[in-house]
Design a protein around this ligand. Structure first.
Ligand code: ATP
Ligand code: MG
Length: 648
């Protein structure tokens, strides 16, 4: 790989860095030498009813157990709301912009507190008890944030389900989670597309039938049309909730009581919900948001992720509110009603920190620089990304064109299971390398293991593991602790196995190479999907690409690539040209067996490319594609099958 660009922190001379490099080194050392002492001190970032005295308890061996701050007592909603009422009751906590609705809703901490209390009373009146699950299936409207915090306030476990799931996808998750109540909306709009939340929920509930424990459904009326309501089960959210009392004493929880469970996005198979605990999770959300984002008065953080993903939980709701910040949500799309829509909103709401996904960056890059250049964007001070590997090329575009070389780009690596950022820069302090998710935050002991599970030192490539527990770590997979032990702790004994591959360079920076399941082994050469896709990212006629391995009689595996060309700009793009580029840049061994130019790629609802499906299509296993419920658009699959195998 060519020598990467390094951008020194001095480049952002004006940047309000949170600490010096020396202080960061000290933190890293303290966390390594005395983890319990370090984390008990970090626990002071949140409000406790009873401050904990115990750090980590548990083990990564055998029947894995993970506990943090076990003697602490707290309520997460109190830490995110009540605690700020003394000095920032009038500060805006939440800006909720809705496309086509004029002025955004701006809720101060006092207003958000009041709404959360009313809903906490309403849920209690509906019979929801501590420890029971409540499913939240809402578009990006203020009620989504209120609902999560209200569950936290009464000690119920929230399960946020993505709005784009099919009725079957929702039914499966309602049954698996045992949810007793649902909070949903009547409809939502994604651009011109009407998303019928309530209809889908009705179908899901009738398909789940007696297997579902749902007794009550609260429906936020988001449009004027009539909504069919089932008497005895369904209630109009605002009619019911707005009449409830505006005060609710938070239920005191043990640190290890569950706060929420959340289904991973399903890029790799059957949906699984991981469980996060109140104390450790909120400490982690507060810590990571402060280290990477550092909310200051006047900051507006817009994380474009849906609340249904871990990014939405930690970077939209819990992280900003735990730190007393201002968070923004919006149901807008980057290019609707016109390209550059997100840039309009950055200017309109004076967004200081924008956090998005590489897939959105690539799409906006395709709209051209002019669209960005027409906007001021002077309010921005930090750009963030997470969710997928980003090529150095797209990173630099985000940095140079959107950030005008003034704003550091924080590429952050995390998983539903990690609860929050684990790899990511402390901006203005650490040098940045485009395409690298930089270094572990203090307290994270990252490791790289080889295929035999041996830990490698220094510059190395292999599977990304974590040596020691951290407070934000998931505690189990809901209802299947054996699967938890098997998935994350059996591959490299004594370590948490992330499932991703990474390369660590001689400066200790990490470069994610893709998922371990996706690593391609060509005649003994291991090739990460991200390495191939990075090379292709340098060809400006290619918008996105996906590399997969297929069985090969001689080499073991061969490379197949799928290319999505960039609209009007793709003249001259051929399969042969793509193949030549790959073998020139990565070596002749990497020459692809086939290159398919396709109009789109299969993606999860969170925008990730599902290579598992492409691998099956390319290897001819089209009769056995498995569960497609996590996809945004299943038609893409048929279209790609046709491209590869002809009309079927
Ligand atoms: P499933 O586990 O069901 O397949 P998922 O892994 O896509 O779903 P998430 O937990 O939302 O669900 O995503 C975490 C994964 O996203 C990581 O394991 C990694 O593969 C990818 N990822 C996240 N951030 C980054 C990043 N900055 N760079 C590269 N990859 C990233
Ligand atoms: Mg995963």
């Amino acid at each position: 790989m060519s020598d990467p660009t390094v951008i020194q922190p001095g480049h952002y001379g004006h940047y309000p860095a949170i600490m010096t490099q020396a202080a960061l080194d000290t933190m890293t050392r303290q966390a390594r030498e005395d983890p319990d002492g370090f984390w008990l001190q970090q626990a002071g970032r949140v409000q406790w009813h009873e401050r904990p005295t115990r750090g980590f308890e548990g083990s990564f061996e055998g029947n894995v157990s993970i506990a943090w701050f076990a003697d602490g007592l707290l309520n997460v909603s109190a830490s995110c709301l009540d605690r700020h009422l003394a000095d920032r009751a009038g500060q805006v906590a939440l800006i909720a912009h809705r496309e086509g609705h004029g002025e955004a809703e701006r809720l101060t901490y006092a207003m958000l507190h009041e709404r959360v209390c009313r809903l906490a009373n309403a849920l209690t009146a509906l019979g929801v008890k501590k420890g029971q699950r409540v499913a939240i299936n809402l578009p990006m409207i203020s009620e989504a944030v209120v609902a999560m915090l209200a569950c936290a306030r009464i000690g119920a476990v929230h399960v946020v389900l993505f709005g784009g799931f099919s009725a079957d996808g929702i039914a499966e998750r309602l049954v698996d989670s045992g949810a007793v109540a649902v909070i949903t909306a009547s409809v939502a709009w994604r651009g011109t597309k009407r998303v019928p939340f309530k209809e889908t929920m009705d179908t899901a509930l009738s398909r789940a039938g007696a297997a579902s424990a749902v007794r009550a459904v609260l429906v936020v009326r988001t449009a004027d049309d009539a909504v069919p309501m089932l008497p005895g089960r369904d209630r109009d959210y605002h009619d019911f909730v707005d009449r409830c009392d505006a005060d609710f004493a938070p239920v005191i929880m043990k640190a290890e009581d569950p706060l929420f469970m959340l289904y991973t996005s399903g890029s790799t198979g059957k949906p699984k919900a991981v469980v996060h605990a109140c104390g450790g999770y909120i400490v982690w959300a507060a810590y990571t948001m402060d280290m990477v984002y550092t909310h200051r008065p006047g900051d507006v953080l817009w994380c474009t992720a849906d609340v249904a993903w871990i990014t939405g939980h930690s970077s939209v709701v819990y992280g900003p509110l735990a730190n007393g910040g201002t968070t923004m949500i919006s149901d807008s799309l980057p290019a609707y009603p016109h390209p550059g829509r997100w840039w309009d909103l950055v200017d309109e709401y004076r967004v200081t920190m924008l956090f998005s996904a590489p897939t959105a960056v690539r799409a906006m890059m395709a709209d051209g620089d002019d669209v960005v250049n027409r906007h001021d964007l002077g309010s921005l001070r930090l750009l963030g990304i997470a969710g997928e590997p980003i090529s150095p090329d797209a990173w630099l575009w985000y940095h140079d064109v959107v950030g005008r070389k003034r704003c550091p780009v924080a590429d952050t690596w995390w998983q539903t299971e990690t609860g929050g950022i684990v790899l990511g820069p402390v901006p203005g302090v650490q040098p940045l390398k485009p395409g690298s998710a930089t270094r572990p935050l203090p307290g994270i002991e990252m490791a790289i293991a080889d295929a035999q599970g041996r830990i490698l030192h220094g510059a190395a490539e292999g599977s990304l593991c974590i040596a020691r527990s951290w407070p934000g770590q998931a505690r189990t997979i809901w209802g299947d602790h054996a699967r938890f032990c098997q998935t994350y702790f059996s591959k490299v004994p004594g370590f948490y196995f992330t499932g991703d591959g990474a390369r660590r360079d001689s400066d200790g920076y990490y470069w994610i190479t893709g998922r371990m399941d996706d690593v391609i082994n060509i005649a003994g050469h291991r090739l990460g999907t991200a390495e191939v896709e990075d090379v292709l990212g340098d060809d400006h006629r290619i918008l996105e690409s996906a590399a997969v391995g297929v069985p090969h009689p001689v080499k073991g595996e061969g490379l197949v690539v799928f290319i999505m060309p960039r609209g009007d700009n793709a003249a001259g793009l051929t399969g042969e040209g793509v193949a030549r580029l790959i073998s020139q840049r990565l070596g002749r061994y990497a020459a692809p067996e086939a290159v398919y130019i396709v109009p789109d790629l299969p993606r999860t609802r969170s925008g990730k490319i599902v290579r598992r499906l492409l691998r099956k299509i390319a290897s001819g296993e089209t009769g056995n594609l498995g569960d497609l419920s996590a996809l945004t658009d299943t038609a893409v699959v048929g279209m790609i099958c046709n491209r590869v195998w002809g009309e079927m």
